[in-house]
Design a binder for this molecule. Structure first.
Ligand SMILES: Cc1cc2nc3c(=O)[nH]c(=O)nc-3n(C[C@H](O)[C@H](O)[C@H](O)COP(=O)(O)OP(=O)(O)OC[C@H]3O[C@@H](n4cnc5c(N)ncnc54)[C@H](O)[C@@H]3O)c2cc1C
Length: 385
């Protein structure tokens, strides 16, 4: 049985980043992926902030389109549009992005094993089955980047994230202002719906929620006047980080840990950032030859210092959002539709770190009365300090 310094399970953006960074530091790395084609099936809208895309460390080959703003429409008729006048986000072909990221890991020296599925552990070895038959592969550090279902976490009986949303999305022909991403809070009461332009009169339309996702999706498509649909993407979005993101010689990164942002469901940015913290800790642990959980614990301290507070605030906003009626949403959208507030959103808004703009808005006297005294108290409790 061969033993690697680091075995990574899952070649999504998080796993490929962890594998690349460990290999670049001279560690022996094996990246294990259950599918035969990386990036397939796609389970993503492909909307990444400019910064998130930069963190992926890839060429612009996967970029399909760029957007500079967003339009939010409530079911009761209020609308808010803001355009920062410069590219704020890119829309990518996720399959291409994932393949380039895995290719970069392989170029850095990681061994990539496709059509090989993690099926269990025996001490410091993983058991796999796939094209190579049944195998055991030893590791010094295991990085679980195996997505929302995380078979690695389940095999260890580790508590999973508290919330799982289902997402459904299609690509369709759609005439729209291609500078904007369009958001529909009422299309799915626990979360929201979206239409994302991908250029040349085409768009991705979808939503995520806890229930009746297909029914809501059909309604959104009908109301948006979408043309015929020839592809459908479904997937799970875990929200709320698992209780402990390390243990048993393992670091949990990306969706496996529950890192998607609870305000948007976007998980590539936090996935890649968490993978880079995991890689640093794995390199240190291997160099010091101390693979104990007390050393691996510094991973949790690092990601918390980086984006832990954002995720915590985001989850509270998500829980608060569950209490908003369509009338509340309408009042909120209408209150935000003020030139001074729009200028503030353009200046301070950050898709990956929305805490700063939410804090500013919550303190804005023009916004709070719109959503009532009860909510005001709740929001102040959330954002105090
Ligand atoms: C409908 C929808 C739309 C989304 N839109 C966006 C968006 O616009 N922007 C954004 O940032 N995020 C978006 N997300 C979230 C984003 O897709 C994820 O956060 C991101 O893919 C997480 O990357 P990851 O590498 O952690 O996990 P994944 O991309 O899920 O990769 C996990 C990998 O592990 C592999 N794997 C699983 N089990 C095993 C096993 N037993 N053995 C070996 N390999 C295994 C899988 O095949 C997969 O390749 C969306 C999600 C959904 C569902």
């Amino acid at each position: 049985m061969r033993t690697y310094d680091v075995v990574v399970i899952g070649a999504g953006p998080s796993g490929s980043t962890a594998a690349r960074l460990c290999a670049e530091q001279g560690l022996s790395v094996c990246l294990i992926e259950e599918h035969g084609t990386i990036g397939h099936p796609v389970q993503c809208a492909g909307l990444l902030s400019v910064q998130a895309f930069h963190e992926c460390g890839v060429s612009r080959g996967s970029v399909l389109h760029e957007v500079s703003g967003a339009r939010i429409r409530s079911a009761q008729g209020s609308e808010l549009a803001f355009d920062s006048g410069r590219t704020r986000a890119v829309i990518v072909d996720r399959g291409m992005l994932d393949r380039e990221m895995a290719m970069n890991a392989a170029r850095a020296g990681a061994e990539v094993r496709l059509k090989t599925a993690f099926s269990g552990r025996s001490g410091t070895a993983v058991r796999t089955r796939g094209v190579r038959g049944r195998e055991e592969t030893g590791f010094r550090v295991l990085i679980a980047a195996d997505g929302p279902g995380s078979p690695v976490a389940r095999s260890l009986g580790m508590p999973r994230p508290p919330v799982f949303l289902s997402g459904l999305q299609a690509e369709t022909r759609k005439d729209m202002d291609e500078r904007y991403v369009e958001l529909f809070p009422d299309a799915s009461p626990e979360f929201f719906g979206w239409i994302i332009p991908i250029g040349a009169g085409r768009a991705r339309i979808g939503l995520a929620g806890k229930k009746d996702v297909f029914g809501r999706f059909k309604t959104l498509c009908r109301e948006a006047g979408c043309g015929s649909i020839i592809n459908l993407v479904s997937g799970t979005i875990p929200l709320g980080v698992m209780e402990r993101t390390y243990g048993h010689g393992t670091l949990f990164v990306g969706d496996a840990a529950g890192f998607p942002k609870p305000t948007s469901g976007g998980g590539v940015y936090t996935g890649v950032r968490s993978a880079s913290h995991a890689a640093s800790v794995a390199v240190e642990a291997c160099r010091r030859n101390d693979l104990s959980d007390s050393v691996l614990a510094s991973y949790e301290r690092r990601w918390k210092a980086d984006f832990g507070r954002e995720l915590e605030l985001g989850l509270r906003v998500f829980l608060l959002r569950q209490q908003l009626s369509p009338a509340d949403i309408d009042r909120l959208v209408s209150a935000l539709n003020d030139p001074a507030i729009i200028a503030e959103i353009c200046q301070y808004g950050d898709m990956d770190r929305p805490g700063a703009i939410i804090r500013r808005l919550v303190r804005n006297p023009g916004v709070i009365p719109a959503i009532g005294i009860l909510l005001r108290g709740e929001l102040y409790r959330i954002f105090k300090g």
